[in-house]
Design a protein around this ligand. Structure first.
Ligand code: HEM
Ligand code: HEM
Length: 172
């Protein structure tokens, strides 16, 4: 089933969810640059893809937001928790959108241009201070998204293993 229903998320939502979860986890490896200035295996083999994968995530989040908005039905949340769940998922979406945006602002604002998968999207040029200062929010937003994702995973596991509710199944 491609579309979401009241019982479970459809294949397209599940594709967005799990492919982006994987790519965002990859992006978090950028934190490892703080160790020995990235002079290690992670820093040398996985982190150099940061801008390309981040650019891919920018397109994926835009498509996912459009897809989510066009769904007539979605699995229902427990009535007393519905607001909190909606707010939590909304913040996850905000983080997923703001990180690529501030990343691009960091690059263009710093005069480095924007190149993804070997394709030059914006040539390097002069520094643009207002873009660079908005871009400096990239790191704090990355920390916030990391905290949100840890909380989100903890809630999913709590529903599944402790409360024995069928929440994980509808995204699996
Ligand atoms: C969802 C997508 C993204 C995630 C999850 C993400 C995550 C991160 C993380 C965790 C760091 C390390 C921050 C720190 O050590 O404090 C970082 C740094 C950085 N990212 Fe991203 N990023 C994303 C997209 C992008 C994109 C699209 C670009 C550029 C076009 C970019 C450019 C940078 C740069 C230049 C840095 C180093 C400077 C800084 O910390 O601001 N990122 N990112
Ligand atoms: C970077 C990592 C992740 C992000 C950004 C993320 C984001 C989201 C978002 C925005 C939703 C709302 C549905 C949608 O619009 O797609 C959602 C639902 C869900 N996620 Fe994640 N997720 C991540 C990782 C995980 C992991 C690792 C698990 C499992 C341990 C998980 C389990 C679930 C479940 C069970 C739901 C359905 C909750 C419900 O609506 O009842 N997520 N996720």
């Amino acid at each position: 089933m491609t579309k979401d229903t009241e019982e479970r998320y459809g294949s397209i939502t599940r594709f967005f969810h799990w492919s982006m979860a994987l790519l965002i986890s990859w992006q978090f490896l950028k934190f490892f640059d703080r160790i020995a200035d990235g002079e290690h295996w992670v820093g040398q083999t996985l982190v150099p893809w940061h801008i390309s994968i981040g650019t891919l995530l920018l397109f994926l989040v835009a498509a996912r937001l459009i897809w989510a908005r066009t769904q007539d039905a979605r699995p229902a949340q427990q009535a007393d928790m519905a607001f909190l769940v909606k707010a939590g998922h909304g913040l996850l979406y905000a983080g997923m959108a703001l990180l690529p945006i501030t990343g691009v602002l960091t690059m263009i604002g710093g005069g480095h241009g924007w190149t993804a998968f070997g394709i030059e999207l914006v040539a390097s040029g002069e520094e643009i201070p207002w873009m660079a200062s908005l871009g400096s929010l990239h790191s704090p937003i990355a920390w916030l998204l990391l905290i949100l994702v840890v909380g989100h995973i903890a809630m999913a596991l709590l529903h599944h293993f402790v409360r024995k509710e069928e929440v994980l199944q509808r995204m699996a």
